[in-house]
Design a protein around this ligand. Structure first.
Ligand code: GLC
Length: 485
């Protein structure tokens, strides 16, 4: 009998790569697992890689501030700082029935919002999950789908006679992708983000495309405003909490909006709007540090995500933060440890080796998660390691977001007086401790005064916010104020 080859080991190849080997027989149930100590050693390494020091954060804040300024000064910058033509804060007295269509990163939502005044409202809504095909097929088809859903919604939810013959309900279209706007009801898609790639849409006015679909499907709705989810969130949050000055979305994507004095937006000086008027700016900060990659601490995992994405080089800041990518960062680290022979030796790992197999919200410390989705056996020490790793990646995302918030706070001089930041999105709402990590980050940047800046769970910007903006726009235009924008 030849001697058995059973056991585990590794050899280093001439290229420096490590080849892990494990041999077992039919009789063996036990699988080799990494010891607690090995996992602790690895964790220390990743702690160094994913930790952002306060000094580093302050450097990022400075670069961020300069980038925001540049975007306000000149058109077509990497961070486009989009003037939205949403003027000033809501009064809380906006009233009426409004439709809202919200094309987000994952779902399509259709809403009927009744604004009752005094900061009160009622909302009825339907949700449809978008398929991967819909995100990539012809853009007009995507808008046709939105129009069909809206038609069905109106037919089922609005009683007969609600919309009179020949009349149309005002509609706010929350389209949460970077669009440069010449007026509130116009938006030229600069580029798709969040994995979308629908053809024949980039560079075109999505409002005109959607209007076309509404016409084809005979929908009694009049598109009055194109709205970004961050702008919607800013307005909806202020409707219920007037201390709000900034809104941030931490969802499939990451972005922020705030209110700027028109006189401080040099690139729209030619429009003749009063310098003292206030206008919401959709920052599209997810694009910070795109292409050049000069300012952000990117790891090799971030680089892999970028290079294998449908938009390499773009949305550099977003790719380190948003829910779409966090699970993937975690998975890439786990795959590295599989390759090094540290994890799951002797087990079949092909399921976990599929890109984007990891759901960010997945509970990585639950052993059923691994057995159920990936057919992998884990030990407690391994699961504790995954959990700690998930915390590190989430903490980095929160601290980077704090840098963006700090840049706006310091540009606008909000630190002394303090302000509220309305925040929304799956990451903010579901990732344990995310808000606390953002607050810690703000204190690391500003010291004790950082406590003056407080994030809170915002009001639904894409539905309610969109309706309030549609209403504010109607009131403004009825008053004859800047009717051409
Ligand atoms: C992406 C989009 C942006 C949106 C954000 C959050 O960054 O480009 O428009 O606000 O995701 O949904």
């Amino acid at each position: 009998m030849p001697t058995s080859r059973r056991g585990s080991g590794s050899v280093t190849l001439p290229t420096g790569q490590v080849l892990a080997i494990h041999t077992r027989t039919q009789d063996e149930g036990d699988l080799p697992h990494a010891t607690k100590k090995t996992m602790a050693d690895h964790l220390r390494k990743y702690e160094t890689i994913f930790t952002l020091t306060p000094q580093r954060m302050r450097i990022v804040v400075e670069a961020f501030k300069e980038t925001l300024e540049l975007g306000l000064e000149k058109p077509k910058q990497v961070v486009p700082m989009i003037p939205t033509f949403v003027f000033d804060w809501p009064t809380g007295e906006e009233t009426g029935d409004f439709l809202a269509v919200d094309l987000g990163g994952t779902n399509l939502r259709v809403c009927l919002v009744t604004l009752q005044g005094n900061g009160k409202f009622e909302i009825t809504q339907s949700k449809y999950r978008l398929t991967e095909e819909q995100k990539q097929e012809d853009g007009q088809k995507l808008f046709d789908f939105c129009a069909e859903c809206l038609k069905t919604f109106i037919d089922t939810n609005l009683g007969e006679g609600t919309v009179k013959e020949g009349e149309k309900l005002p509609l706010g279209f929350t389209f949460s992708y970077p669009c440069s706007q010449e007026r509130i009801d116009h938006g030229e898609l600069i580029r798709w983000t969040k994995g979308f790639g629908a053809t024949n849409t980039e560079g075109r006015d999505v409002a005109a495309m959607f209007r076309e679909s509404l016409k084809t499907h005979n929908v009694p709705a009049e598109l009055t405003a194109i709205i970004n989810d961050t702008t919607g969130t800013l307005i909806a949050s202020s409707y219920v909490n007037p201390r709000t000055r900034i809104a941030v979305i931490f969802g499939t994507g990451c972005n922020a909006a705030y209110m700027e004095r028109v006189g401080d937006i040099p690139k729209i000086k030619n429009l003749g709007i009063d310098d003292e008027a206030q206008m919401a700016i959709n920052c599209e900060w997810g694009a910070f540090d795109s292409f050049e990659h000069e300012h952000l601490p990117r790891t090799k995992y971030d680089q892999i995500i970028d290079e294998t994405s449908n938009k390499p080089g773009e949305q550099a800041f977003e790719k380190l933060i948003s829910g779409r990518y966090l699970g993937e960062i975690l998975r890439l680290v786990i795959c590295e440890l599989i390759d090094e022979g540290v994890l799951f030796l002797g087990q079949n790992t092909y399921k976990i080796e599929t890109a984007y197999a990891f759901d960010t919200a997945g509970t990585v410390d639950d052993h059923r998660y691994f057995t159920h989705f990936f057919a992998l056996e884990t030990t407690l020490a391994e699961r504790q390691f995954f959990r700690a790793l998930a915390k590190l990646v989430g903490r980095r995302a929160a601290r980077l977001s704090a840098c963006g918030i700090a840049a706006i706070v310091s540009r606008m001089g909000y630190l002394e007086e303090g302000c509220s930041v309305g925040a929304d999105g799956s990451l903010y709402n579901k990732y344990p401790g995310f808000a606390d990590r953002v607050h810690e980050g703000l204190q690391d940047i500003f010291g004790d005064k950082g406590r003056n800046i407080v994030t809170y769970h915002a009001e639904d910007g894409s539905g309610v916010g969109s309706a309030i903006i549609a209403s504010m726009t109607k009131i403004r235009k009825d008053k004859g104020l800047y009717v051409n924008v």
